[in-house]
Structures are given as C-alpha cells and as structure tokens.
Design a protein around this ligand. Structure first.
Ligand SMILES: Nc1ncnc2c1ncn2[C@@H]1O[C@H](COP(=O)(O)OP(=O)(O)OP(=O)(O)O)[C@@H](O)[C@H]1O
Length: 466
C-alpha cells in the first residue's frame, strides 16, 4: 500500500479533511500528515486563493518530497506557476471524490517506481544518490516498466547510456520477452550494413553462401539497442524508416515482407535535434525513435555521486576482499577533479589507483598515479593562477596600490564565501578560516565605510578583474 503525506492549506474543516483521508484509505493509499513525513510523494489541498502555495511547493520539492500533486478546491488561476514551482500535477477537486481513484493509481505507480529505484537491481548497478540522477532514473523506470515507448538515451560519452539501455530492456514488462540485441552504428561496415540490419537470402551477394538473420529478426520479441545512432549514414537512416515505423522489412535479396516486434532503444552523445537542423539526421527518423528522450547528466552536474561511484568501483575491483576505505585527502581530490570522460573516466582512475594499492589499509593520496596528481605552482600560493596575476597587473595599470589590492581581494573572498555558502555566515566564516564574530564585524565595518562614501551596500569585487 502506498503511503503519501497530506497537507491542507486554506479553509478545509475537519469533516472535509476526514472525508478525504477516508477516501484515499478506501482507494488503497495510506496518508500521514505532512509534518510527520520525512520525504516521499504527497498531496497539498488548497482553496485556490492561497497565495503562498507556490512557495510551499517550491520548498517542499527541494526537500526531497519531489512528487507533489496540488489539488485545488476551485479551478486555480496559477496552474502553470505551480508546475514550474515543482508540482507534478495540478487538479481541481471533485466534490464527489471521483478523482481519488485516479490520484491513488498514480501513487501506486510511483510507489512501484520508487521500490524499483531502491531495489538491488538499480542500487548495485546504476550508482548515484543525487536528486538529478534519481529523478532521471525514475523517468527511465516509469517509461520502461509501464509503456512500450521507443527510448532515446542522450548524454555525453561515459555517462551510462548503455547501462540505461540495458535497464530499459530488463524492466520491460512484456511477457515472454526475448533478448537484447546490440548494434553499434560506428562498427557497421559500409556495403554490409543492409545485411547487418535486415539479414540476407542465400546468394544475395558474393560471399552470401547461406541465408542469415539480421538485427531486426534477432530482436523479434526482445529489444533492439542501436548505440551511437547519431553516426548512422543518411542513406541507412532512410532504409530504417519503414521498419522502425511499421515493424516490417525485407531481407537483402528477398521479396517477402517479414514482421518483427521489438522495443527500440537508441543512444547517442550527439544533440540529434541540432543534427536534424544541420541536415545530418533525418527528422522523420528522429521523431520515430524519440518516443521518450532521456538525457543523462554529466558527472559535473552530480558531484555528490563521485564518492559513491568511486566506492562502487573500488568494491568491483576485487570482489573477494573487503574494499579499502578512502582517505579524506583522496576524497577531496576525487571531488575536485574534472572528468571529461564522465563515469568511465572515474572508473579508469579508480582502477589505476587500485593497481598501486597493496594490503588492507586506506587508499591515500600516495596511491594516485603521478600523472594524475594536481599540478603545483612554484611558489607557496599554489592557488594563484594566471587570472589572479593578470588582475594584479590590471591593478597596477589602474594605478592601484598594495593597500587597495589587499582590501579588494579580501572583499572578493568574503563575497565568494558568503555566496558559495548561500548566505550562511557561520559556514562562510569557516571557509574563510576566521571566527563568526570576526566575519560579522568585518562586514559591518565595510558596510559603514561604504555608506560613508555613499556607495552601494553590496561589497564590490575586484574592479580590476577583467
Ligand atoms: N551510474 C553508474 N553506476 C555504475 N557504473 C556506471 C554508471 N554510469 C556509468 N557507469 C560505468 O561507466 C562506464 C561507461 O558507461 P556506459 O558505457 O554505459 O556509458 P556511455 O554513455 O554509453 O558511453 P559512450 O557514449 O562512450 O558509449 C561503464 O563501465 C559503466 O559500467
């Protein structure tokens, strides 16, 4: 039974509230008050007038309660704003309680999606705990499990497109589902591509000594995964149109139409709509393969996932031993590093680190291969890069002296720390290596100074930084 939180905002008397709770219980949905729910999906009932409802939904959906259905007593004015604020849907309450069942069905589906998300099928294979990753997976699970839509998986190289394609196949709920057939468009040999996809009859061309099935026949009853579809030559794209649309084809050298039933999953690291605009990808094929498009985020958009992924790869490295711990310095290094090749890059790095690791002790910075170590400057201030030095040169050009440079550099550091910590002065002080009180006094003194000279109240950043 799905459990969701309920919240009422506006004029709802006790009797109405009880009626709604009972209605949901009868439809198989248990409800708890919003204040008692740590996370998960929920419903907010509002009277249609409530002005702060968007703020409530925004705050709620940012606190891990991602799926919120807003139900209004009267037709709401601000449905689109509610969706933008994070509501999954906005409904108008039907006095007879007729939409309870429909809402209950949605929650039942979401519950199943969430159960799968937390199952070992996912947690052991598609690692990540960031919101963006979990939301992406939720969409994949829902479309794979509850629809037969063709799925287009996009994302930079190494973001996990093939893993996701395999997941779509695994979750496909067709009875008597057959195999996953993978065709990588970059490996198709020109001239033989027709046979690769459609198969051929005996004697269809020189060397065709016997008839052979192609990918469309092999995928019958299963899933066809076309990897790197953005690399398919235009001519072949034209040939694929009919079979993708109508699921029937002719073998090379054959005359009769063959039927096939497969689920199609395609992947590419190209932006196919851009390719369509440039005339390199057929728009009619694009609309046939992109029943549902799923964009996988690059690793830089989900930094919280770096350490869980690193631990996952350490555990995979040798399944027979207890995985060693990661020293704090290594964790900081891993989080601060850039990963142009995304998760594949991280996996490779962890394997290289593990080749150097001996025994049961923690993994320390000494295990990081030399060519992976961060470059160090010649002086003690390794953080000073060219742009900082350029700023100082600019300062001299403006005739700015040491005292002003020091003052502006400090203001800049304070501003950046406060912004990075989203206005939390305690955390900003910690980042700056000063006490809370010192930071407060410093800010107050600077504000007073600025007010005296009639400047804006915000602290200026380095004016000579171009
Ligand atoms: N979320 C993840 N959890 C665990 N392993 C992952 C995850 N994402 C990617 N990987 C691993 O990273 C490597 C690259 O993943 P995959 O081949 O699926 O990426 P891709 O996007 O298809 O790359 P390409 O576009 O270069 O073909 C694989 O070894 C895969 O197992």
């Amino acid at each position: 039974m799905a459990t969701v939180w309920l919240h009422f905002r506006g004029e709802f008397d006790r009797r109405q509230q009880e009626q709604i709770v009972t209605g949901f219980a009868a439809a198989g949905v248990a409800t708890v008050p919003f204040k008692d729910a740590a996370d998960g999906a929920g419903i907010v009932f509002f009277d249609g007038q409530c002005r702060d409802i968007c703020d409530f939904i925004r705050a709620t959906s940012h606190r891990g309660r991602e799926r919120v259905i807003a139900i209004s007593a009267v037709q709401p004015q601000n449905s689109w704003q509610l969706l933008k604020a994070g509501a999954s849907d906005v409904l108008t309450w039907d006095d007879q309680g007729n939409n309870i069942e429909e809402v209950a069905d949605r929650f039942a589906r979401w519950q199943e999606v969430d159960d799968l998300l937390e199952s070992s099928l996912i947690t052991d294979n598609l690692v990540g705990k960031s919101h963006i990753w979990k939301n992406t997976l939720r969409q994949v699970i829902e479309v794979a499990r509850f629809t037969d839509a063709s799925v287009l998986v996009t994302g930079e190289s190494g973001t996990g497109k093939e893993l996701v394609a395999r997941l779509v196949h695994t979750l496909d709920s067709r009875e008597r589902k057959r195999d996953l057939i993978v065709v990588d468009a970059t490996t198709i040999v020109e001239g033989l591509c027709g046979s690769e996809f459609f198969g051929h009859e005996r004697g269809a061309f020189t060397g065709a000594s016997s008839a052979r099935d192609g990918a469309f026949a092999l995928a019958d009853g299963g899933t066809l995964f076309l990897d790197e579809i953005g690399e398919l030559p235009l001519e072949l794209q034209a040939q694929l149109l009919r079979v993708v649309q109508e699921r029937c084809y002719k073998r090379v050298g054959g005359n009769s139409w063959q039927k096939t039933r497969f689920r199609l999953v395609c992947a590419t690291n190209r932006n196919l709509l851009e390719e369509v605009k440039k005339g390199r990808f057929r728009h009619d094929l694009y609309y046939r393969i992109a029943g549902w498009e799923c964009r996988l985020p690059p690793l830089r958009e989900r930094i919280e996932d770096i350490i869980p992924l690193a631990r996952h790869f350490i555990a995979l490295f040798d399944r027979n031993v207890k995985p060693p711990q990661l020293d704090r310095g290594v964790e900081e290094y891993l989080v601060g590093r850039q990963y142009p090749g995304n998760v594949r890059d991280l996996k490779l790095l962890i394997n290289r680190i593990m080749y150097r690791h001996v025994g049961k002790g923690a993994i320390t910075i000494g295990h990081i291969p030399e060519d992976e170590r961060p470059p160090l400057g010649t002086g003690t201030s390794d953080w000073c890069d060219e742009s900082f030095e350029r700023a100082i040169h600019n300062a001299f050009l403006f005739g700015v002296g040491l005292k002003e440079i020091g003052r502006v550099a400090e203001d800049t550091a304070v501003n950046i720390a406060v912004t990075t910590e989203e206005g939390n002065l305690q955390r900003a002080a910690k980042r700056l290596g000063v006490t809370d009180r010192a930071l407060q006094l410093r800010r107050a003194a600077r504000h007073n100074e600025l007010l005296q000279v009639g400047q804006d109240r915000t602290l200026p950043t380095m004016p000579f930084c171009q």
